[in-house]
Design a protein around this ligand. Sequence first.
Ligand SMILES: Nc1nc2c(ncn2[C@@H]2O[C@H](COP(=O)(O)OP(=O)(O)OP(=O)(O)O)[C@@H](O)[C@H]2O)c(=O)[nH]1
Ligand SMILES: [Ca+2]
Length: 495
Amino acid sequence: MSAQREMKEKNHWHKPVTIIITVIGVMAIVALVTVAVLQNRPLSQKYKYGIVMDAGSSHTALYIYAWPAEKDNNTGRVEQTHSCKVKGPGISSYASNPSKAGESLRVCMQEAKQLVPANHHSETPLYLGATAGMRLLNLEDSSASDRVFHAVEGALQKFPFSFQGARILSGQEEGAFGWVTVNYLDDRLKQGLETKGALDLGGASTQISFVSDTFDGSESPDNNVNFRLYGNDYNLYTHSFLCYGKDQALRMTLAQQTLSGPGSILDPCFHRGYTDTKNYSVLYDSPCVSKMKPQNATPTFTHKGGGDFLQCQDVIKRIFNFTHCKYNQCSFNGIFQPFLQGQYGAFSAYYFVMDFLNLTDTSIPLEDVKEKLKRYCATPWSELTQQHGNIKYLAEYCFSGTYIVTLLTEGYNFTSQTYPTIKYIKKIKGSDAGWTLGYMLNLTNMIPAEAPDTPPLPHAGYVSIVTIMAILLFVLFIVSLRPLWPRCSKQPHII
Ligand SMILES: Nc1nc2c(ncn2[C@@H]2O[C@H](COP(=O)(O)OP(=O)(O)OP(=O)(O)O)[C@@H](O)[C@H]2O)c(=O)[nH]1
Ligand SMILES: [Ca+2]
C-alpha cells in the first residue's frame, strides 16, 4: 500500500498543476495553428470582369474576361469566360447608315449584361477597339468613320458598364497586343520563358510580331515596340500590312487580273466550273484597289475559275512588291523584317482556312502542303458543292490557302525548315488568340513591369510547415516535462 502511495506521489501527471499546464500547452498550439492557417488562407474567390469588343473589318466580336479580385496585379489568371459574335458585317460597313452599326451590337451587349453579375456592372470596364476596316474607312472618309464611332459610342453608353471609349488601334498596337495575348496565355511572360511570335490574318490587314535578338529598333523604329513585363525587357518587332488581310488581298488579286477591264477572267484561284458575275464598282470600292480601277470598263465582268495552284501563286505574288528594300533585309513592299526567330502562333484566318483544308498540322512538310493545295484547287466546283453543300467561304478556300502559303514563304521568308515553327491556333487554354486580351491587360495595368512579390511558400506548404512545427513544439514540451515523469514504470519494484 505504501509503495503504491509513494508511486502516486512520484507520478506528477496526477498533479493538478501538470494537468493544467498540459491542457494550456495543447490549447496554445491548437490556437497558434488555427490563427496561422486562417490568417493566411486564400481569400474567397471574388471576381472582377472586363469586356472588350473587337470591331474587325469583317465582323465584331465581344469578349468577357474575368479574374479573381485579389489577384489584380498578378497576371496569368485572366480568363475569357464568354464570347459573342455580332450578327452582320463589321462596323465600317455601316458608313452610310451609322445608327445601324450601334444597333448591331445590342444583342451581344444584352448577353454581357446578363452574364456579368449586376453588382459588378458599374465597375466593369468596356472597351471597343476597331482595326483595319475602320482604318480604311478613316483613310477614305474620316467624317464617315467619326459618324460610325459616334453611333457606336451612343449605343454602348446605354449599358450599365464603365464604358472606356471606342477607338482605332494602330497597326503596331494590334500586332503587339496579339503577341502579348499569346505569350500571356502560354504563361511565357510570367515565367520569363522564350516568347512565341504572333501571326494574325484578318480580313483587311495582317500582323507579324516576334522578339528578335538582332533587332534593336534602330534600323526601323516604326517596327519596334518595347515592353518591360514581370521584370523582363522585350524588344518586339511588329508590322501590320494594311490591305493584306484575306479579303482585301483577294480584292487586290482580282484587281491584278482585271486591270484592263475585261468582260470575263479565268481566275486560277477559283475552282473549275465556278462562275459568278461581279460588279467592277463593288470590287474597286476600297482604298486598297481604288486607284487601279480600269477606265471605260463594262459595269460587270464574269469571274470564272481555272483551278490551278501554281498559276494562283503567280497572280498572288503580283500583289507583293519585292523590288525595293532600303534596309539589310525586307519582307515585302520595302518593309524591314529581321531574321525569323523562334516559334510562332498563327491565328484568325490562318486557323479558319488551314483548319478547313485539314492542314493545321505543320509537321506535314511544306512541299506536301503545296501538293495538297494543288490537288484541292484542281477539284471541280461541282464536286466541292456536292461534298460540302453551299457553305460560306467555300469558293474562297483555294485562294485563301494559296495566299497563306505565299504570304508565309514569299512574304515573310518562312522556308521548308522554318515552316514547322508555326502552330495554327484558335484558342489557348480556353481564350481566343487575338489582340483583345492583351489590350485589356495593358489598359487595366494588369501586367506589372516588375515581377510581383510572391509568398515564398504556396498556401498548402505553409499549412503543412506550421502544423509540423506545432506538433514538434508539442513533443518538445512533453519531453521537457520529463523530470516530472514517473520513474517507476519500467523499473523493478524493490521492496
Ligand atoms: N473560313 C472561315 N472564315 C472566317 C470565319 N470567321 C471569319 N472568317 C473570315 O476570316 C477573315 C478574318 O477574320 P477575322 O480575323 O475575324 O478578321 P477581322 O478581325 O474582321 O478583320 P481585321 O480588321 O482585318 O482584323 C475574314 O475574311 C472573315 O470573313 C470562319 O469561321 N471560317
Ligand atoms: Ca482582327
